[in-house]
Every structure is written in C-alpha cells, then in structure tokens.
Design a protein around this ligand. Structure first.
Ligand code: NAD
Ligand code: UFG
Length: 358
C-alpha cells in the first residue's frame, strides 16, 4: 500500500491554515494539525473534514497544543508515527511542516512586543529544534509582505530590502533570517519562505472563513461586518494618498488562491533538491479601499457607509507583489478576482454572522 506523505500543520485551525488543510487533504496528504486555538476554534477543522468527505476526513488528526512547548511538539510528531500506519514505519514520520501558527496583529505587536517575539520567534525556534530532533527538514513558513516595510518600489520583487517597521514585521523577518541561517549551516533543509500580500475572502461554500475576535483591524472583515449590519460604518484611512482615487491600494489575494500557493510550494520542495526559496504570494493587481467598498456593496447588495478620516500610522500608499517568481518557480498564480473575493467573503459572513460561534 502506498502511504501518502504526512504534513504537520501548525496553526491549521486559523483563517489561512483551515483553507490550506482542505486543499492539502483534497490533494491526498495526511495531516496533523497542531493548534492551541488561541485565535480559532476546532469548529473550523470539523468543517474542513465535512467539506473534504469521509475518506479525506480520516486523514486529518488534531493535536491541541502550543508550538512553544517541546512536549506538545513531541505529541504532534508522535501523531505522525501513528498516522503513517503500522505497515510502513519510516525514520521520518512527518515529511514536512507548514508553519502558520503565530500572532498577526500589528497594533497588538506594538503594545505587547514580548508576546510577539515569544510566540512568533521563540515558538518557531522550538518548532525547528523539534523538526531537527525528529529528522524532518522541510518547512513552508508563513511570512508576510510586512517584512518590506514602506516599499521603495512597487510592484515589490523578493529582492527588495527587508525593512520591517513594527514588531510583528520584525518577528517575521527574524524567523526568515533564522531559516536562512539554518539552510546555510545544513544544506539538506528544504525551506520556503512565503510572503503573503493581503489574504481575504473565504471558501466558496460559505462554511470556512475569517473569524476575527473583537473589532477587526483589517479592511475586509470590517467591510463585511458593516454590510451585515454588525457595525455602522467604515473609516477609510486617508483620502489623500498619491493613488488614483486617493485611498490606499493593496494586493488582495483570495484565501483559496493562497492555500493553493502552499500546495505548490510544498510540492516544489518535496520534489526538488534541497533549497531555500522565498516567494511573494500576491496577484500583482492593486485595488483601492474605495474599490473594495464598491465591490463588496455590489456583491452583498447592501450599502457600505464610510467616512474619510486621517491616514493610519505606518500605512503605505500602495503595496503590490511582483508575482513573477512564484509563477516561474512554483508554477502558481492567482486565479480569483476581487468580485469572487467579495462574493465568497459575503457568503461566509451572511451564513456565519458571528463567525464559528454563530
Ligand atoms: P489566524 O490567527 O487565523 O491563525 C493562526 C493560528 O495559529 C490560529 O489557529 C491560532 O490559534 C494558532 N496559534 C497561535 N499561537 C499558537 C501557538 N503558540 N501554538 C499553536 N497554535 C497557535 O491567522 P491567519 O490569518 O490564518 O495567519 C496565519 C499565518 O499567516 C500567521 O503566521 C500570520 O502571521 C501569517 N500572515 C497572515 C496574514 C493575514 O493577513 N491573515 C498576512 C501575512 C501573513
Ligand atoms: N483600511 C481602512 N479602514 C480600515 C482598515 C483598513 O481604510 O478600517 C485601509 C488601510 O489603510 C489600507 C487598506 O485598507 O490602505 C488595507 O488595510 P489592512 O489593515 O486590511 O491591511 P494592511 O495592508 O495594512 O496589512 C495587512 C496585515 C499585515 C500584513 C499585510 C501584508 O494587517 O499584517 O496585510 O500581508 F503584513
């Protein structure tokens, strides 16, 4: 019997991780999710199993635990031995790790940098040590366009300087550096550092989506909560940016495109010689805040009232990926439009007005 590869997914219950779990299950992988549910609920994984169907659902094992705990990591790696089955015992029960677990709110990182360095950096260190101890040297890491800081050049190529301007970005840059140091010290590592632009939208079924706790910091969840009537109106941060309509421009990427980008990166690493690769995951297409507001109002059939207010500290006028490297090396490019991001985001918001606790 051919055993499918076993992938450990940290943070797999979260927004991006849950969509990636579904895509990887559909591609035939066995998954172990390690999550402490600090920003998610096990309901997302239950729905991943429901969408994947009974056979694929049996290939997903959930371990509740923390990436900062060596014991929890050991339990997750031992779960790898169990899922690999008793017929074939390999020396490397977990073939690869996709590492989503982390904290991601810029404002919170400024208020509590210790928490961000502890979870994002110390947690990643602990994970990498556990990987080495268990003979696993393949990792896909969730980095962010935030490592570029205020870009000098748009679209931004991967060769642009890494100059984060907040503690969250510093922690992502630090883990990127740690991964580069590891690759240089032991050339058998297979590492992908994926720099996401602005992930939004939801699975088209409306069963999986983003479930922010408290007031959303990001544009998309805020707009959808205004459309569904949970919030009165949106504040548009700045109408005087040097952009065509004066509002900020970003490279929004459908979360299903992003999930497929992880599959492409993983398969590249598993099928090629050991390497360190760094790829932007974005579309290269920019949309302004006012375009997003109009597209969401159109998709939902609901008004999205807004006021123009002052710029938000730390924002850039425009952030766009140069997606050429991902296209040429991973054979991956985005497929879904802003209208699909709004349509699917709205289907999720409408069916789950209070997220997974609806
Ligand atoms: P999310 O908060 O929805 O998911 C993160 C998951 O990690 C959650 O399920 C959370 O419970 C879990 N987690 C947090 N700390 C943990 C710990 N110590 N041990 C185990 N599990 C832990 O976030 P997301 O939007 O899905 O982001 C996933 C990754 O992508 C993060 O590393 C984030 O920094 C990165 N990223 C996100 C965005 C974005 O806009 N969403 C953009 C760029 C990069
Ligand atoms: N915006 C508003 N009103 C809001 C929220 C946002 O006008 O209530 C504007 C922002 O000023 C910006 C655009 O909408 O012009 C997008 O803002 P987001 O907060 O949604 O996204 P950012 O580009 O600021 O940052 C996000 C994550 C970062 C990550 C980056 C790239 O918050 O952590 O995408 O992946 F690094």
């Amino acid at each position: 019997m051919i055993q499918s590869k076993v992938i450990l997914i940290t943070g797999g219950a979260g927004f991006i991780g849950s969509h990636a779990c579904l895509v990887l299950l559909e591609a035939g992988y066995r998954l172990i999710v390690l999550d402490n549910f600090s920003n998610s609920s096990s309901e997302s994984l239950r729905r991943v199993q429901e969408l994947a169907g009974a056979e694929a659902a049996s290939r997903l094992v959930v371990v509740e635990g923390d990436i900062r705990s060596a014991d929890d990591l050991s339990r997750a790696f031992r779960a790898g031995v169990e899922t690999a089955g008793s017929e074939v015992q390999t020396t490397c029960p977990v073939d690869a790790v996709v590492h989503f677990a982390g904290l991601k709110a810029v404002g919170e990182s400024i208020a509590d940098p210790l928490a961000y360095w502890e979870v994002n950096v110390a947690g990643s260190l602990q994970l990498l040590s556990a990987m080495r101890a268990h003979g696993c040297r393949t990792i896909v890491f969730s980095s962010s366009a935030t490592v570029y800081g205020i870009p000098e050049q748009v679209p931004i190529p991967e060769t642009a300087p890494v100059r984060p301007i907040n503690p969250y970005g510093q922690t992502k840059a630090a883990v990127e550096q740690l991964l580069a140091d590891l690759a240089a010290s032991e050339p058998c590592w297979r590492i992908a550092r994926l720099r996401y632009f602005n992930p939004v939208g939801a699975h088209p079924s409306g069963r999986l989506g983003e479930d922010p706790q408290g007031t959303p910091n990001n544009l998309f969840p805020f707009v959808s909560q205004v459309a569904v009537g949970r919030r009165e109106s949106l504040q548009v941060y700045g109408g005087d940016w040097p952009t065509p309509d004066g509002s900020g421009v970003r490279d929004y990427i459908h979360v299903m495109d992003l999930a497929e980008g992880h599959l492409a990166a993983l398969e590249t690493l598993l099928s090629e010689e050991p390497q360190l690769l760094t790829a932007n995951l974005g579309s290269g297409q920019g949309h302004s805040v006012l375009e997003v507001v109009a597209a969401f109002a159109q998709a939902s059939g609901r008004p999205v009232p807004y006021q123009l207010v002052n710029r938000r500290a730390g924002d850039a006028a425009c952030s766009l990926a140069d997606p050429a490297f991902a296209a040429s090396r991973l054979g991956w490019r985005t497929q879904r439009s802003l209208d699909e991001m709004c349509r699917d985001g709205w289907a999720w918001q409408q069916a789950n007005p209070k997220g997974y606790s609806s």
